[in-house]
Design a protein around this ligand. Structure first.
Ligand code: PLP
Length: 395
């Protein structure tokens, strides 16, 4: 019999009743270090007092009004994002998928309004993840996302990751946009080298193609900069944000330059909940905290320390971990054992991590993780590695 909850997830039999900072607690009282952070969502940990205060203060005043009216909380968050980024304008969504949908519509409308509606090719990359809507799975192109859901939305061409020849051959004046994650998350924590992102920007400038960056997972401070593309010193035309921007409240956004955003006039797009007062009150508080240069410097310092510790872990367990990859606090352990076995061994040792493609285990702690918590995480990951080792049963 089908369960009451549609079984689209292969769930781990753990459930949590409360959380505080980097910690989650089960009903039994057992505590887990959360180094998955809801897949990079809980950027400031669980039950963060500043966010609880922002949410409850807003909840007592006004939960929701339609986008038929002005929403000051939304205007404030949009202004914070415009001030801190390349963007001139912002549309709020409830999720990353919806941000991807709008970004794709925006690209099409941009070329339509320039009298080139046939210019609809969007280049994407193998290993990409942009969400689960019909457009987002067609964009990513992977069989594991699209199988059974055809006919797929046309207009996307998926190129090999790092295949420069294919990119040069494909990117001409008929391409509408290139859509890419500066650091692939689901794809296995694969950072795009800064030089490649710079080169991509140049190719887009030469052909007129729009550069769309999906920073749903790598943005909002995760890379050690507010947005990961800042490392390459370039700016996109359109950017998708979600996950960390709401800290657990469902919130996403599309940021755009004036040129890319202007064709989306009144009536071209909408969302009932996107940008509502509750979500934007939380989002604005998160932006205030995360966009602070001192906070980001701390993320970079801790990222360096955590990476060093993980390299040490890999060196002591070469039969379990092949190496460490990633940028900032978006790190991955490339495994020699099956990644899901290592994640499971972590659960037994009291630490949560997240599997990704390429047999990688994602390490995504809250950005305000402490040094003591990183030490504790390493002790637990060390136990997990011992247990997951090929001879772990004997040890
Ligand atoms: C999670 C994710 C999405 C989809 O976001 P949802 O909020 O699950 O719809 C899109 N792109 C990237 C890079 C993601 O990590």
């Amino acid at each position: 019999m089908i369960p009451a909850v549609l079984p689209t997830y292969n769930r781990t039999p753990l459930s949590f009743v409360s959380g505080e900072g980097c910690w989650l607690r089960e009903e039994s009282g057992r505590h887990y270090l959360d180094f998955g952070a809801g897949i990079g969502v809980n950027a400031l940990g669980h039950a963060n007092p500043a966010l609880v205060e922002a949410l409850t203060a807003q909840a007592e005043k006004l939960w929701h009004v339609s986008n038929l009216y002005r929403i000051p909380q939304q205007e404030r968050l949009a202004e914070l994002l415009v001030d801190q980024t390349f963007a001139d304008t912002v549309f709020f969504t409830n999720s990353g998928t919806e941000a991807a949908e709008l970004a794709i519509k925006m690209v099409r409308k941009y070329w339509h309004d320039r009298g080139e509606s046939a210019r609809s090719r969007i280049l994407t990359f193998e290993g990409a993840f942009h969400g689960r809507s019909t457009a987002a799975i067609a964009a990513a192109g992977a069989e594991k996302l699209t199988a059974g859901f055809g006919p797929l939305m046309p207009g996307f061409e998926t190129l090999g990751w790092g295949d420069h020849d294919a990119l040069h051959a494909a990117l001409d004046e008929t391409v509408a946009a290139v859509m890419i994650e500066p650091i692939q998350g689901e794809g296995g924590i694969r950072p795009l080298p800064d030089a490649c992102l710079k080169g991509l920007r140049e190719l887009c400038d030469r052909t007129g193609a729009l550069l769309v960056l999906d920073e749903v997972q790598c943005g909002m401070g995760r890379s050690g900069r507010l947005f990961a593309h800042e490392w390459a010193g370039i700016a996109p035309d359109i950017m998708l944000v979600a996950k960390g921007i709401g800290g657990g409240f469902p919130l996403g956004a599309v940021l755009a330059t004036e040129a890319a955003g202007a064709p989306m006039g009144a009536g071209t797009h909408g969302s009932t909940y996107g940008g509502n007062p509750l979500g934007c009150a939380v989002g604005a508080k998160i932006m205030e905290i995360v966009a602070d240069e001192a906070f980001l410097a701390e993320v970079r310092r801790k990222a360096g320390a955590l990476r060093q510790k993980l390299e040490g872990l890999a060196a002591s367990h070469p039969d379990v971990i092949e190496g460490v990859r990633g940028t900032g606090l978006m790190l991955g352990l490339k495994c020699r054992v099956t990644n899901t076995d290592f994640v499971k061994a972590g659960h037994d040792a009291g630490i949560l991590t997240v599997p990704a493609a390429e047999n990688v285990v994602r390490v995504l702690p809250p950005l305000n993780v402490t040094d003591a918590e990183m030490d504790e995480a390493l002790a637990r990951l060390d136990r997990a590695a011992l247990a997951a080792a090929p001879d772990g049963a004997r040890g």
